[in-house]
Write a protein that binds this ligand. Structure first.
Ligand SMILES: Cc1ncc(COP(=O)(O)O)c(C=O)c1O
Length: 287
């Protein structure tokens, strides 16, 4: 039985109830985090909390809980769900209102909801157990505040369905200048001629914790050249390797883009080394 946390109580997920007048339901007015935990140990909890605070600031939502209180409740949720390999979904919305109106005050109490779901520990870098992705490319039609981890994900959902409808698992998004932004649920890296490149953070991109941790690990444990700069569609489509990054996938190889193989069409050697290092060092920082 999955145990959830809702506004101070630990209860079976199936018994959790939220009012339809919650602004999270009415407007998608909330933010969230997905935090992996392996055998009771969070990956980069400090980075997740930092981004949560940035998202809360970005939507002008003030919560009474300190970081220590949030960690305590997440720890307890993991414990009550058996402390195995699990993802923790944490969502904070602007709470329940009497009247549906766009403008908000911060008078009502935020709704804090979290639950745990089982995850498989990603590959340790062996190509044989890599989860590979086929991707399609599209023009990014989401909103101009993608740096906020908003629960309002309809733009991402519709882009993901474009991938699914074309028999793929992810979509690589490009802005009006035909520069790479990210994927529907991941950040993106390319690797070519021994160089790793990823777009710089701005309002078009979610500042992924896995992206950040990957950059830390590559800086600390390799002498690879890493460039953070605009990446053109031509560079993505001719790259030797393309990787996705997200908390539940860590680094995952893209082996096909718009039906064409990426490099050899198999997980590449740089991905393998990067994911091995990520796996080894994922608990090193931001605990
Ligand atoms: C749009 C988008 N970009 C990037 C990411 C990766 O972020 P993280 O590494 O923090 O999971 C996600 C994860 O959900 C995402 O939804």
């Amino acid at each position: 039985m999955t145990i959830a946390y809702l506004n101070g109580d630990f209860i079976p997920l199936s018994e959790a109830r939220i009012s339809p007048m919650d602004r999270g339901f009415l407007f998608g007015d909330g933010v969230y985090e997905v935090i992996p935990s392996y055998q009771g140990q969070f990956v980069a909890i400090g980075y997740h909390l930092e981004r949560l605070r940035t998202s809360l600031d970005g939507i002008h939502l003030v919560i009474p809980q300190s970081d220590e209180q949030l960690v305590a409740l997440l720890d307890e949720l993991c414990r009550q769900n058996g402390s195995g390999d699990q993802g923790i979904y944490l969502q904070i919305t602007r709470g329940v209102v009497e009247k549906r109106q766009h403008a908000f005050t911060n008078e009502n109490a935020p709704t804090v909801f979290a639950y745990a779901f089982p995850i498989a520990s990603p590959s340790d870098g062996s190509p044989s157990d890599a989860t590979c992705f086929r991707a399609v490319t599209r023009t990014d039609k989401r909103w101009g505040r993608c740096h906020i981890k908003s629960t309002a994900l309809l733009g991402n959902v519709l882009h993901m369905m474009e991938a699914v409808d074309d028999g793929a698992e992810e979509v690589l998004l490009f802005n009006a200048q035909d520069e790479l932004t990210e994927a529907a649920a991941c950040n993106v890296f390319i690797a070519s001629r021994g160089k790793i490149v990823t777009p710089a953070l701005d309002h078009q991109i979610l500042p992924g914790v896995t992206r950040r941790l990957c950059l830390d690990v590559l800086a600390a444990h390799t002498d690879w050249t890493v460039e953070i700069r605009p990446v053109t569609r031509a560079e993505v489509c001719s790259a030797e390797e393309v990787w996705l990054s997200s908390s539940t996938k860590e680094l995952a190889p893209v082996i096909q883009i718009d039906g064409q193989p990426v490099g050899s069409g198999k997980p590449g050697p740089l991905w393998s080394q990067a994911q091995r290092l990520f796996h080894l060092h994922r608990f090193d920082t931001a605990s």
